[in-house]
Design a protein around this ligand. Structure first.
Ligand code: BJW
Length: 229
């Protein structure tokens, strides 16, 4: 059986209409990272951070999974239905829900999810509701301690033990639409060296020496379906 770990980043959702972080018209060209993407920024101004994520949440119903999301879901389904002797695990840095809406089941959100909140008192992760933030009570414990369920800089990404196990057991590691500058995800390719082949799908050739065995350059909606086919 072939075991594939697919790491996805903002680039896979770009052709669905969601901005990347660091592109020419990236999300962060309009905001200071430390105001939005740090626990300190949230403590300083929770309403500002809330407004930023509400803007992204409002976009979700207007965008749809694209051919790259759908191709990964179909590959996973082929494994499940034994039409292909393999297994796909998606580790996504994305906080959107486009992999799930494409039909993928094995999705690990290492940087959290836009449509969830997290209670800093009891660690419950209730679904986000329009009337649910910033000082409403946590539905699980009643404390007014809800925050976006997003992993900010300086915080531990989620499910690292499960991800490490998948990386240790995989034969192929594929990264799609990620700039490879944010750790620990940026280090996954090095962690599989010696036991797995590695492929990068990206719009541009990465600058500097690449740790990947193979780089496929082009828009993910073209290159990913051509690979999974
Ligand atoms: C296309 C395309 C198309 C476009 N087709 N491709 C110094 C050295 C090393 C590390 C550190 C350091 N100082 C601090 C750190 C740690 C820090 C870090 O890495 N900082 C770096 C910036 C230096 N990391 C952390 O703090 C993390 N926690 C941590 O390390 O804890 C300790 C720990 C260590 C080891 C194990 C366990 C724990 C937490 C990181 C949290 C990141 N959170 C964010 C924000 C959440 C969402 C939000 O607020 O909106 O997550 S940051 C942001 O970057 C977001 C993304 O998930 C993440 C990655 O970005 P991504 O997806 O790569 O997007 P882009 O825009 O950068 O790239 C898009 C790519 O797509 C480009 O390459 C395009 O070319 C391509 N593309 N269109 C194909 N159509």
């Amino acid at each position: 059986m072939q075991r594939i770990v697919v790491l996805t980043g903002a680039g896979i959702s770009e052709e669905s209409g969601l901005q990347t972080f660091r592109g020419a018209d990236g999300l962060w060209n309009h905001e200071r990272i430390e105001d939005i993407c740090t626990p300190q920024g949230f403590i300083r101004d929770p309403l500002r951070v809330d407004r930023f994520y509400n803007g992204l949440r409002a976009l979700l119903p207007t965008v749809h999974p694209n051919a790259a999301h759908l191709a990964l879901a179909e590959l996973e389904r082929a494994g499940r239905e034994r039409r292909w002797d393999g297994q796909v695990t998606i580790v996504t840095q994305n906080i959107d829900d486009l992999h799930e809406r494409a039909g993928s089941h094995n999705v690990i959100h290492m940087h959290g999810e836009l449509l969830r909140l997290r209670c800093t008192a009891c660690h419950a992760t209730p679904a986000w509701r329009t009337d649910c933030f910033p000082d409403t009570a946590c539905p699980a414990c009643g404390q007014p301690a809800l925050r976006p369920d997003i992993v900010w800089f300086g915080e531990m990404p989620y499910h690292m033990d499960i991800i490490a196990r998948h990386l240790a057991e995989c034969d192929l590691f594929v990264a799609i639409g990620t700039s490879g500058v944010v750790y620990p995800a940026a280090g996954f390719v090095d962690s599989v060296a010696g036991h797995a082949d590695t492929m990068l799908f990206n719009l541009e050739i990465p600058s500097g020496p690449s740790a990947f065995d193979q780089a496929v350059i082009g828009p993910a909606t073209r290159t990913v379906p051509a690979w999974t086919r």
